[in-house]
Design a protein around this ligand. Structure first.
Ligand code: ATP
Ligand code: MG
Length: 416
């Protein structure tokens, strides 16, 4: 037998309603916030991620699924959603249309990581990206969208952490201070941190190694180094959040995994799903579009991991209702009545009612059992008498009551 690749998962028929629930809520939120769906390829030129995600990130350094295609091009399966949407924005000249361009996507992502709970090699993200606005209300709105989504899912045990990592101007000063602090400790830090020291010291704060985390605890905080503009922007974002009653903590050490962030960064974190606690992460990336060759365009977005959300919902007892059962099961006693059951089922489907019939040649008793098992809301048995009278008893499975209904009235009855 050939097994599923390590770090990937099937969504089985009995579980897909959970995925549909999460995706439905994502689409609902997107509609409420006037975000339009975009779909970009699952693979892109490797260069896009190397430049767009940043070559000091774990993603680009260690985690990409990169291969050469038959034409000798270096191709990479998307490890995250933003770079592809940014490329789409530039390539299609969306900057010359109406701004802001407000988008969302639901996409698989691929990262070569060590699989564990909440960490897969293929996972899925609901993400939003908004291009063209630099004002702090937009940062707040993106956070509101994430927060509304989590609320709609029924997730309560979650915390919002925010930070500002400034712009080019304030970052230069901060980097100097950070390097100053880190330099004497560098020999006690991991190799990755040491390699980041020159290229991107801020990223050192993202290290998950205990010994590095300890050193980072006393590092200077970037919010103490923000320029007036970044500081004012951050204050306004916080004001918007407070005004809407969205609770948050300022965590001066969030820097986020990607290289292209600036100003606001945020994470929704849970303590209920083990060490992979971040279910949603995002931030502003005002420099990305220009660095990819587009017209300088401010932008902000987030990505939420669907597997981690489902895990969190499971671990905190959030029930998802399974609405996937058919409305009615039509049982047939003999060949002729089975044909009639099939016929009625097709008519009901045509009028928008989910109907099921027997496909296994089961006895009438076994058909009832099966109808119960699949959770049909109504069951009707058709035999010689029903064929003669042209009506059948609709049994409501939740309370066992039955009502006689003419075949041609079943649709109207069930639609009531
Ligand atoms: P982590 O710190 O857990 O590695 P990250 O910073 O790499 O996360 P992002 O690149 O910000 O994560 O991705 C956004 C979201 O996608 C994460 O918050 C998480 O919910 C999800 N995610 C990231 N990597 C994985 C993975 N390997 N498996 C499942 N979900 C993931
Ligand atoms: Mg990661």
């Amino acid at each position: 037998m050939i097994n599923i690749p390590k770090g990937t998962k099937d969504v089985l028929p009995a579980n897909s309603y959970k995925w549909q629930f999460v995706e439905d809520k994502a689409r609902e939120v997107a509609k409420l916030f006037n975000l339009k769906e975009v779909r970009t390829p699952v693979f892109e030129h490797t260069e896009l991620f190397a430049r767009g995600v940043g070559d000091t990130t774990d993603i680009v350094n260690k985690e990409m699924y990169t291969f050469e295609d038959k034409g000798g091009r270096s191709i990479t399966l998307k490890p995250e959603g933003t770079a592809g949407v940014a490329r789409m924005y530039i390539e299609n000249g969306l900057h010359s249309g109406v701004l802001p361009v407000k988008t969302f996507y639901i996409t698989p992502c691929f990262r070569y990581e060590r699989p564990q709970a909440g960490r897969l090699r293929e996972f899925h993200q609901f993400g939003i990206e908004v291009f063209g606005s630099k004002t702090p209300d937009t940062d707040a709105e993106v956070i509101f969208a994430a927060s509304s989504f989590l609320n709609k899912l029924g997730i309560k045990e979650i915390k919002l952490n925010i930070n500002s990592i400034g712009c080019k101007t304030c970052r230069a000063q901060y980097n100097a201070a950070l390097k100053n602090y880190l330099e004497p400790n560098l020999s006690d830090m991991c190799e990755t941190c040491r390699s980041r020291f020159d290229k991107n010291p801020l990223r050192i704060l993202d290290c998950k190694e205990e010994k590095c985390k300890k050193i980072n605890e006393d590092a200077p905080k970037i919010i103490d180094y923000l320029c007036d503009e970044c500081s004012d922007h951050f204050e306004k974002v916080k004001k918007y959040l407070t005004a809407q009653g969205v609770e948050y903590s300022v965590n001066p050490y969030i820097v986020r995994g990607l290289d292209y962030y600036s100003k606001t960064v945020f994470e929704f974190v849970s303590t209920k799903i083990g060490s992979q606690g971040t279910v949603c992460g995002g931030g502003r990336y005002d420099g990305l579009i220009e660095s990819l060759g587009g017209v300088s365009t401010p932008a902000i977005g987030f990505g939420a991991g669907i597997e981690r959300l489902l895990l969190l919902m499971e671990n905190t007892g959030v029930e998802i209702e399974d609405n996937s059962a058919p409305t009615i099961y039509l049982a047939g006693m003999d060949d002729e009545s089975r044909t009639k059951a099939f016929d009625i089922a097709m008519q009901l489907r045509a009028c928008g009612i989910a109907a099921e019939v027997d496909h296994m040649g089961r006895s009438i008793k076994a058909q009832f059992k099966y109808a119960d098992k699949i959770g049909a809301k109504y069951v009707a048995a058709i035999g010689g008498n029903e064929l003669l009278s042209g009506e059948c008893n609709l049994k409501k499975m939740s309370d066992g009551t039955t009502v006689p209904v003419k075949f041609e009235d079943i649709c109207t009855y069930l639609k009531k």
